[in-house]
Design a protein around this ligand. Structure first.
Ligand code: PRX
Length: 631
């Protein structure tokens, strides 16, 4: 999708001398060189800006055999102390922490003191349900203040949260609950999307059936007008909240280098999503430092990130990173074109947003609606633009920059659920090249290599690997250490990202997409095997193959090829029925865009589906080496 050939020299955008001068990173090249010569000092300096009940003895204990990176060994602290209590204690209790805009236009503004208060109350409710340090809590909530508060409340207790995107189907939620086995599942009675009411509680109830580990279902009420009949093990948050009113808030739980903060499920190359495990203290250091330096945060900023906290972008750059930096964060529910295409522009105008961290699919969608929409609003308050999740093609890059005044830095950030923090990025102070995510964050040794882990020359395509540990690196895959090892052994000697890229003479990265069986639809990560497993649960489908196909708006769309059972050939299921089936199994984001019913699939002699052959045919490209093809 992205045009990624290196830009013409005239297509390099220099920052204004004033921006460089005022930036938190005025000399990127110098800082990067120093950080690689002495990464220890680089991260130590940043760790010193955070508050701990006990300081660390060792910054990093790296085990090259198990590939475990233990950061801040010996330290004790809590991310919510740094994200909330500390700011209130330093006199910022009245500063706005969160501005929330609901799908229906309702708004709420919450100060740091209020957010702390709500977090404490929520943590007392969880405590009442038996949650303590090390216990697991699943959060299935729409993007609302309650979702943010539930995450912070878990972190404060030292409980491990797994946030599940509220657009997932009951089957997708169920499979995550079965793997995670949380003690408590937090949900809401309803969610709203494009003005429609979505019965979230129903989905949560169905998913909970058979998930024996879940002893309590905690329901946050949004509607509030219909009394709920509770089933055994179900609790209304509002009732428990009143019952803990007089309880002692207590201090945040002291957490160490080996204590997890959360598990977040993401798609990989098998049918089962993997639980990426992030550690409390290392994650705190990584997200704190990157948010501060990349977004150049100041107290006067209003920071708007369009993600849902149900994904990693929301974890790191709506909740933890910005709150650690005492930012004012705007969280918007809903979609960028509802009630109309002015949704984001009007939020920017009304709340005087200064930093707008968006996604390529959102930018391309807004671009489709044309220049008149941004022109209707006074968006001169903006000072930094951002993008994440998929390659940002130069056309969209230019449009985004042009309609926002033509002079703003556009920070295209590359990272992953596994990295927890931004790894490759431009800075306010660095020259920019459309289509490029810039260069590595200081302290990060990322490379483009061949199969033997040798750096490929500039201009050549290779695989993206990370050579050394970084603070917010994931520690393992939940219940699956072997899957964790695979990341480090696929290309021996480094972490395998699954992406390919090209680097130019100046060291700028141009990311090209995934090299594994992961599809990126509108920035969301889906495994081909996951979609195929969902398809073959349909009674008429015998075999299935899914591929990603380039798409103007969404980056990629899902195309599936299905082989029917002989008994179904006379009355084949319609395309709508197949789509609906996947929607029910996985959720709307996994719905196939195109379906072909075929008589057979190309396979290797050992029976593996050759998706690359399907993809090449689909795109009219050479099919490559077919020597292993069975038929
Ligand atoms: O392929 C890369 C793409 O998103 C993948 C990670 O997906 P996920 O774990 O869901 O995290 C998304 C948000 C961080 C990567 O392997 N990706 C992410 N950012 C970019 C990108 N591709 C190109 N340019 C980016 N800026």
């Amino acid at each position: 999708m992205a045009e990624t050939s290196p830009p013409h020299p005239s297509d390099i955008f220099l920052p204004s001398p004033d921006a460089v001068h005022r930036s938190r990173v005025p000399d990127y090249d110098g800082l990067y060189a120093r950080s690689i010569a002495d990464p220890h000092s680089f991260w130590e300096e940043r760790a010193r800006l955070l508050s701990f009940t006990r300081r660390h003895e060792t910054l990093l204990d790296w085990n090259p055999v198990t590939f475990e990176g233990r950061w801040l060994v010996g330290a004790q602290g809590n991310i919510t102390h740094n994200a909330l209590d500390r700011h209130v204690a330093e006199g910022y209790g009245t500063k706005t922490a969160l501005i929330w805009s609901g799908d229906g236009g309702e708004e709420e503004s919450i100060t740091y003191a209020e957010l702390l208060e709500r977090t404490i109350r929520f943590s007392l409710v969880l405590k009442k349900l038996g949650v303590g340090k090390g216990d697991r809590v699943a959060i299935f909530l729409p993007p609302t203040p309650a979702q943010v508060v539930a995450m912070l409340a878990c972190a404060r207790l030292g409980a491990i949260h797994a946030v599940v995107f509220s657009g997932f189907s009951q089957a997708a939620l169920k499979s995550r609950l079965e793997d995670f086995e949380p003690r408590v599942l937090v949900t809401a009675d309803v969610a709203y999307r494009r003005g429609k009411t979505i019965p979230l509680l129903e989905t949560a109830r169905k998913a909970r059936e058979g998930a024996a580990a879940v002893t309590s279902l905690l329901i946050v009420e949004r509607k509030g007008d219909s009394p709920h009949t509770l089933l055994p093990g179900e609790h209304l948050f509002s009732e428990l909240r009143d019952s803990v009113r007089h309880e002692n808030p207590g201090d945040p739980e002291p957490m160490g280098a080996d204590d997890p903060l959360f598990v977040l499920y993401t798609s990989g190359t098998t049918g089962k999503p993997k639980g990426i495990v992030h550690m409390h203290l290392g994650y705190m250091l990584g997200t704190f430092a990157t948010t501060r330096e990349i977004f150049d945060l100041r107290d006067s900023d209003v920071y708007f990130c369009v993600a849902d906290p149900g994904w990693i972008t929301g974890h790191s750059y709506i909740v933890y990173g910005p709150l650690l930096n005492r930012a004012t964060v705007l969280l918007a529910e809903g979609t960028p074109d509802y009630p109309d295409a002015g949704r984001h522009w009007s939020l920017i105008e009304r709340h005087r947003v200064t930093i707008y961290y968006s996604t390529p699919t959102t930018i391309r969608l807004l671009m489709r609606f044309g220049d008149d929409w941004p022109k209707k609003f006074d968006i001169r308050c903006l000072r930094i633009l951002g993008s994440v999740g998929e390659p940002l093609n130069p056309e969209a890059w230019h449009w985004f920059r042009r309609v926002t005044g033509g002079h703003l830095p556009l920070i295209d950030t590359w990272w992953q659920t596994e990295t927890g923090m931004i790894m490759v990025t431009p800075f306010v102070s660095t020259p920019e090249k459309p289509g490029s995510a810039g260069r590595p964050f200081p302290g990060v040794q990322i490379d483009v290599v061949d199969a033997k882990c040798r750096t490929v020359p500039p201009g050549e395509t290779g695989t993206v690997v990370i050579r050394t540990p970084w603070p917010s690196m994931f520690r393992t895959v939940f219940r699956d250490p072997e899957r964790y090892r695979k990341y480090w052994t696929e290309i021996p000697g480094a972490f395998f990202s699954g992406d390919s890229a090209r680097r130019d003479e100046d060291g700028y990265f141009f990311f090209l997409g995934r090299v594994d069986d992961v599809i990126k639809v509108a920035g969301h990560r889906l495994g081909t095997a996951e979609i195929e497993s969902a398809l073959i649960t349909h009674p008429h489908i015998a075999e299935a193959a899914a591929i990603g196909k380039p798409h103007e708006l969404k980056g990629e769309i899902i195309k599936v090829f299905v082989v029917l059972h002989p008994h179904a050939e006379k009355t084949p299921p319609g395309h709508d029925e197949i789509k609906k089936h996947v929607r029910t199994e996985l959720g709307a984001i996994a719905e196939p865009h195109e379906i072909d019913i075929v008589v057979s699939l190309p396979k290797t002699r050992s029976g593996k589906i050759m998706r690359r052959v399907l993809k090449a045919r689909e795109m009219g490209l050479p099919e490559g080496d077919l020597s292993t093809l069975e038929d």
